[in-house]
Design a protein around this ligand. Structure first.
Ligand SMILES: [Zn+2]
Ligand SMILES: [Zn+2]
Length: 376
């Protein structure tokens, strides 16, 4: 039998046993090694997203191949042969888009705009066999035909490989500020650029690491939690702004201006998910700069924004909604580049067994540590 933590309904997580499934021709049975706990999981638990209960949460999983169908051997997305024992990560969003909506037809390069997307650990019910469609379980069933499977690079530890999914979110958000060919004109991110990261939870921390690896010259991280600020420095933040010391928007904006020769930052990435951070981040962006919004994956409400500032700054405001499956390659390569020099593995601060998922959720809510993970 396979143990799984199942979200039966809003706020009701139960440990259940499922039969270990036989793998079909194009499928993989993955032994879950580690699965990150994400803000999205907390939102699912809290009823902030409509999902088809019961669901096994967990969309940030890595694991080793326990069994695979003959067809799946050749289905690694980069064409590498798969075999039993390989460490793999899986893009949780399907590659089988609906194909009929406006976005699938006219914007195939932005597949996350399709409203009919199936995401493992989010909107796939575990009611019917093979049941194991989420990461908070001892085994995960991977349909390699309809989901992209990546083999982890040689020597990449599980603690780093497990960051592929949040790193896909972070690198995608940061790359929104790229403007091909334009950095010369100061439009968009360029080498040596200045980057403000608002909120250095796991996504913000990975944006700091990404900016560092991408050659930013001045990275400024804002938060009010010691562990996070310390980790931001270790991952490459040149300056930290402790929001307990700079306790008003005005003070923080002045501090960012002081750290950017009075200009404001080339790029500001909002990772806090707090409405008030948005006008503040817009104020921290230099004229002609870019503000990227990635923190508000759910809806915590409204905020007042002064449109004159946006107009006067001639700036860009960009949203980043998840990432296309191709982003996993960027994420894995960026993690690989940072592996030797940055303490990426230390982002995972707490580990819980599959049956302790409830405890993991409560630990996130108590704002202890940085990132929680479910382990087998
Ligand atoms: Zn996530
Ligand atoms: Zn579609």
């Amino acid at each position: 039998m396979v143990k799984a933590s199942v979200l039966e309904d809003v706020g009701r997580l139960e440990v259940r046993d499922f039969p270990k499934p036989e793998v079909e021709e194009n499928a993989i049975l993955m032994r879950m090694e580690m699965c990150g706990v994400c803000g999205t999981d907390i939102h699912l638990y809290g009823g902030k997203m409509r999902i088809p209960f019961p669901v096994i949460p967990g969309h940030e999983f890595v694991g080793s191949i326990e069994a695979l169908g003959d067809g799946a051997r050749g289905m690694e997305v980069k064409g590498r042969e798969l075999a039993e024992g390989d460490l793999i990560s899986v893009v949780p969003g399907t590659n089988a888009f609906c194909g009929t909506c406006y976005f699938c037809r006219f914007m195939p390069h932005k597949p996350t705009l399709c409203g009919n997307r199936r995401v493992m650990g989010v909107n796939m019910s575990c009611r019917d066999p093979p049941h194991l469609w989420g990461g908070w379980a001892e085994y995960v069933y991977v349909d390699a035909e309809h989901w992209w499977v990546y083999k982890a690079p040689d020597g990449m530890p599980t603690e780093v490989a497990v960051l592929a999914e949040p790193m896909a979110v972070s690198t995608r958000a940061f790359e929104r500020a790229f403007a091909p060919g334009l950095p010369t004109f100061g439009d968009g991110y360029g080498l040596g650029g200045s980057v403000v990261v608002q909120g250095v939870g796991p996504i913000g921390l990975l944006v700091v690491a990404t900016a560092n690896i991408a050659g930013a010259g001045n990275i400024i991280a804002l938060d009010m939690v010691d562990d996070r600020l310390e980790m931001a420095e270790k991952l490459g933040a040149d300056h930290i702004v402790d929001m307990r010391m700079f306790d008003s928007t005005e003070k923080r904006v002045v501090e960012v201006e002081r750290l950017t020769q009075g200009l404001g930052a080339d790029v500001v990435v909002e990772c806090a998910g707090v409405p008030a951070a948005v006008p503040e981040g817009i104020s921290m962006t230099r004229r002609g700069g870019k503000f990227v919004e990635v923190g508000h994956y759910t809806d915590p409400g409204n905020v007042e924004v002064n449109p004159h500032i946006i107009c006067m700054k001639d700036m860009d405001i960009l949203g980043s909604w998840a990432y296309p499956p191709t982003q996993f390659e960027t994420a894995i390569q960026t993690l690989r580049m940072g592996m030797g020099t940055l303490p990426l593995a230390d982002i995972i601060t707490h580990r819980f067994k599959v049956a302790e998922a409830e405890k993991a959720i409560q630990t996130v809510k108590s704002r202890k540590g940085i990132k929680m993970a479910i382990v087998n």
